[in-house]
Design a protein around this ligand. Structure first.
Ligand SMILES: Cc1ncc(C[n+]2csc(CCOP(=O)(O)OP(=O)(O)O)c2C)c(N)n1
Length: 662
């Protein structure tokens, strides 16, 4: 760490540095981000883009009294460094370390936690309304990206701002990228705004506007003192030539800020989001406004790191990399493919054979693997923006017209679209297919990103089929099976590498609601245990069976395949045949697969005790690895064996006195 960064440990220190010292601080923070994140990865690009903005915010405002609400909040690393967490920065996203997102219980400077997109405008507006009600004076500042504006909730908030408060500062951080390139009409609109050649006029309007307001002269003086002043900076950035008039918006016209203004939000910008003096002046001015305001800033995702500028999608969020070149370690030879790769390849295969299949992503082409379809068959691929509810309704519409739309949405993000699943897909019994990646833990990201609730939230919904493959070959079978259904079908699978099994050339159709017995009782004696290992925890069930067998147990292992409908025949047979049943699932205990087995036993009056290996009823923190968290929370073979043995000896003790009485 070098000089200014060494000195700064809280917002008060930021306020003491001169402008040129702050500019040096920005450079040092960039170096720190690049060097530290190289070790364990993180959201490098978004954070490099907001260095000046974050410094300016802390220079002008006063957290924790003033409130910063960050959308997604993957871009809060600089904010963490400037709010007393610098010494722990190297622990970010690691076991016991700082979380990678804003977290209310991590610091009073994190007034609002997030991890999902589109939440900031609404939450900040709620805070502003609460402040107005209480009659206090703090500033509420909402920072949201251009892609957050593809999300419905953001629009719901915009619709409401003008009616709700007179004091609301929002900053639209426009870097033209979501994780992938931002898509859709809003993105085009923002592009039209920033390429509008009438910025000189706008800047004059802005000056007049500023002059009329209290402290306006001061704000202008500050602005003009800043390098280039408003006009110069706006001209430099706002008029970045992108080509001919026709190219600017594709239709020969330019955008105007009327959209925001009609929503009752005063629009300022676009301004250079890396011009620290200009940012400071503009924020100073915003503080004086007695009407809601949006400041449109232009930033570069990955600024200061060549590789990140060149590959903004890769550097949005990534694992370890070389801090000089940005190179990432090559895949280990012979390593199994990841589930999302298998999903992507299978989508291409299915689409090639079946004209009714299309793929839909909500701004996650690479993460979900659907990019493979975009490359191979772009006409069968839809990126609808960060808009999960819309994605599901859009799919429902297509399904009414004979298509089999596949919504590739992470388990955690699908939570957004729950009503659409019930009201629009399941109630109308439409054959929409949901491929839920990241079902299970997303260890480094933590609780906002773990996909641990989907079995529970889907199990209670009529009409649907829900599956979990034990390996990648079964994932392909399940996808193929889903395309032959007349009902909604959901497939959950985890983040990361698959099992490394051989894939059949052609997937096969699975019988709905049929489990697979992968290891039967040996019949050689010993107490019997039936282990039901769902999805990626099937291998844990096999491992547990091995350990129990070594201690004299006779174990059967079942791959349930379906969490809805359950295989009644197999579940009843093994439930009655075994002395103990164990269920394994990468999901929370309440309402999960194990719960469904217990309910089923109750219904059938099967008295066999059930040990449920699942995540406990609490939000699971982030950590360096899945293995660490599994160990901590008992999702291991050793824990399963111990629970089986403890239950078995309790039962023996209960039975013994009864036998003695007899
Ligand atoms: C509901 C939801 N869907 C998808 C995501 C995945 N996601 C995280 S960041 C991001 C892009 C955000 O882009 P933008 O808001 O423009 O911010 P930037 O990263 O460009 O600063 C996406 C799609 C999410 N966090 N939440």
């Amino acid at each position: 760490m070098s000089s200014y960064l060494e000195m700064v440990d809280g917002p008060a220190h930021v306020k003491r540095l001169t402008l040129s010292q702050l500019q040096e601080l920005a450079g040092e923070i960039r170096e720190e981000l690049i060097a530290e994140l190289a070790k364990n990865g993180g959201h490098l690009g978004p954070n490099l883009g907001v260095v000046e903005l974050t410094i300016a915010l802390h220079r002008v405002f006063n957290t924790p009294v003033d409130k910063f609400v960050w959308d997604v909040s993957h871009q809060v690393y600089v904010h963490k460094i400037l709010t007393g967490r610098k010494s722990r920065f190297r622990t970010i996203r690691q076991t016991g370390g700082l979380n990678g997102f804003a977290l209310r219980d991590e610091s009073p400077h994190d007034c609002y936690g997030a991890g999902h997109a589109g939440t900031a405008l609404s939450a900040a507006l709620g805070m502003a309304a609460a402040r107005d009600k209480k009659g206090t004076d703090e500033n509420v500042v909402c920072i949201f990206g251009d892609a957050a504006l593809t999300n419905g909730i953001s629009f719901e908030a915009l619709n409401n701002i003008g009616h709700t408060t007179k004091r609301f500062i929002s900053i639209l951080n426009d870097n033209e990228w979501s994780i992938a390139k931002n898509v859709g009409a809003v993105s085009n609109y923002l592009n039209k705004l920033i390429t509008n050649p009438r910025y000189n006029k706008l800047s004059r309007d802005f000056e007049n506007f500023v002059r009329r307001l209290p402290k306006g002269e001061l704000a202008l003086k500050l602005a003009h003192k800043a390098e280039g002043g408003f006009k110069g900076a706006i001209t430099d950035v706002g008029l970045r030539p992108t080509g001919s008039l026709m190219e600017a918006d594709g239709r020969g016209g330019y955008g105007s800020p009327v959209f925001f203004e009609e929503m009752g939000v005063r629009y300022l910008g676009p301004i250079d989001g890396h011009d620290l003096p200009l940012l400071i002046s503009t924020l100073e001015f915003a503080k004086t406004c007695d009407h809601p305001i949006v400041i449109h800033i232009l930033t570069q995702k990955g600024k200061g790191f060549e590789a990140a500028l060149k590959y903004p999608e890769k550097f949005h969020g990534l694992g370890p990399y070389d801090p000089l070149t940005g190179a990432t370690p090559p895949a280990k030879p012979g390593a199994p493919p990841s589930y999302h790769e298998v999903f992507g390849q299978t989508m291409v295969k299915l689409c090639q054979k079946d004209n009714s299949v299309v793929g839909i992503t909500a701004a996650m082409p690479t993460g979900t693997g659907l990019k493979a379809l975009e490359k191979a068959m772009p006409e069968r691929y839809y990126d609808v923006g960060i808009a999960e509810e819309h994605a599901v309704l859009f799919a429902a519409g297509m399904a009414t017209m004979g298509f089999h739309p596949v919504c590739a949405i992470y388990s955690t993000f699908l939570q957004r679209a729950y009503d659409c699943i019930i009201h629009d897909v399941a109630l109308q019994d439409l054959p929409v297919i949901f491929c839920m990646d990241r079902a299970g833990l997303s260890a480094n990201d933590g609780p906002t990103h773990h996909g641990l609730f989907d079995i529970a939230y889907l199990r209670c919904v009529p009409n649907l089929i829900a599956m979990a493959p034990k390996d990648e070959d079964e994932l392909a079978d399940m996808m193929f099976t889903a395309t032959h259904q007349k009902h909604p079908a959901f497939i959950r699978y985890p983040r990361g590498p698959a099992e490394g099994v051989a894939m059949k050339d052609q997937p096969k159709i699975l019988e709905i609601g049929k489990a697979e017995v992968t290891r039967n009782f040996s019949g050689k004696g010993g107490p019997k245990a039936a282990l039901f290992g769902l999805g990626n925890l099937h291998s844990l069930a096999l491992q547990t069976a091995g350990q129990l067998a070594a201690e004299g147990w006779d174990c059967a292992v079942i791959n349930p395949r379906f969490t809805k409908p359950l295989d009644a025949g197999v579940t009843e047979f093994f439930g009655r045949a075994a002395e103990i049943v164990v269920t394994f699932e990468d999901h929370v205990l309440p309402g999960g697969y194990g719960s469904s087995v217990v309910e089923f036993f109750n219904e059938k009056q099967i008295a066999t005790p059930v040990v449920c290996i699942a995540w406990p009823d609490q939000f699971i923190e982030h950590a360096s690895s899945v293995d660490y968290l599994r160990e901590k929370y008992g999702l291991t073979a050793a824990s399963a064996v111990a629970q089986v043995k403890a239950l078995s000896s309790r039962r023996e003790q209960q039975i013994a006195p009864i036998a003695a009485q007899a």
